[in-house]
Design a protein around this ligand. Structure first.
Ligand code: MN
Length: 386
């Protein structure tokens, strides 16, 4: 079993992954302690979590909430900070063993870089960080001897299949996709779908951004790029198959043709727990999968004509350079504007496609180039929408 109690900085503690991570931590107080909690806006929940888990430090992103959080937590001797600078400095605290990044989107990039620079292992739920700057992040991690443990269920599945086989070559990986709420629908049927319909995922309960990404298949596209960097693969080595039951979380095909799959009920607490306990497994009481309840597990090809985001993601990955960063920034704006009722469902992939065509290509971007690309793409995407 784990030989040392791990001290965790949880970035994004009030979101879907953050709250489930705290469930895992609360069930195993002998193995984990909380050193840092951070949230963007949800001050009430952050205060409640801080009083319960007694971190050393709390960061509230939204400055308007700072006084309230500080006043609520001073009797508990918990330090409270606000702002981006605070986020990037607290991840470097000596007392932290693991930084669990459950921030949404591009906002995860800088704190993750700072944490890696300080030699902290990363439990990564924020896939956009690897999409935007995978080359830079993985290079920095290897220089610093830092491990990046995936929390995304597909990547955790691949990682679990790799245990004991790290020396063996991967022929390809097969990422499974649920297909989202609109699986089987054609473009004509999707032009009028509402935000409420898009927010109803059949199998997983998640935050708004990733739920929309699942409905458009952008989530799978981002995961293809994430997998490339986590496992050192080329675009040709990543296949996507639609598996509506979400029981097989992904598979590896090795060079001898053998395929390993990782299975279980869709429950993010398992990949969160494994990212924190690797190479050990901890006993838990999560619901168990029963094969007789699922007499048929089915598989189909993704429809990339209807769900163009998946094809666009492969295109961005093949072009490389700053194109995945463009893809991500355009998508973040498109999803936000869809959630604001400014654009329809199909328009989201139009915005992404046009940004990929219009933004300047940079073959070997620096961090400053990524920051600039992100900023300029957001401006371009908003121009295209308004
Ligand atoms: Mn996933």
């Amino acid at each position: 079993m784990l030989n040392k109690r791990k001290s965790i900085a949880l970035l994004g503690s009030t979101g879907s992954i953050g709250t489930q991570a705290l469930d895992v931590i609360a069930s195993n107080p002998e193995h984990f302690s909380v050193e840092v909690l951070t949230a963007q806006n949800n001050a009430d929940l952050l205060i409640e979590q801080a009083i319960r888990f007694k971190p050393n430090v709390v960061v509230i992103g939204n400055g308007d909430q700072y006084e309230r959080v500080k006043n609520a937590l001073w009797p508990h001797a918990i330090k409270v900070y606000t702002g981006d600078e605070a986020l990037t400095s607290v991840v470097q605290m000596d007392s932290i063993d693991v930084v669990l990044t459950a921030l949404v989107g591009y906002s995860g990039l800088k704190p993750t870089i700072k944490a890696i620079e300080a030699g902290k292992n990363i439990a990564l739920a924020n896939k956009e960080t690897l999409v935007v700057a995978g080359e830079l992040i993985t290079k920095l991690a290897s220089e610093k001897g830092v491990n990046i443990y995936p929390i995304d269920s597909e990547h955790s599945a691949i990682f679990q299949c790799l245990v004991g086989e790290f020396h063996n070559k991967i022929e390809k990986i097969i990422l499974t996709a649920s297909g989202g709420p609109f699986r089987g629908k054609k473009r004509e049927e999707l032009s009028q779908v509402t935000k409420a319909q898009a927010l109803k995922h059949p199998n997983w309960s998640m935050g708004a951004k990733i739920t929309i990404d699942s409905a458009t298949l952008m989530n799978k596209g981002l995961e293809v790029i994430e997998a490339k960097w986590l496992f050192g693969l080329s675009a040709d080595q990543v296949d996507v198959v639609v598996h509506p039951q979400s029981i097989i979380h992904s598979m590896i095909q090795f060079e001898d043709g053998s395929i390993k799959a990782q299975m279980g009920l869709p429950d993010m607490r398992l990949p969160i727990q494994f990212a924190l306990t690797y190479p050990d497994r901890l006993k838990n009481n999560f619901p168990r999968f029963d094969f007789t309840q699922y007499p048929s597990l089915t598989f189909e090809k993704p429809d990339t004509e209807t769900f163009r985001n998946l094809a666009l993601s492969f295109e961005a990955l093949r072009k490389g350079g700053n194109m995945p960063c463009v893809l991500n920034a355009a998508n973040e704006i498109a999803v936000a504007e869809f959630l604001n009722d400014k654009i329809g469902f199909l328009k989201m992939s139009d915005v992404v496609e046009q940004c990929l065509a219009k933004m300047d290509y940079i073959k070997h971007p620096t961090l400053a180039d990524y920051v600039q690309t992100d900023k300029e793409t957001r401006i371009k995407a908003l121009e295209l929408i308004n």
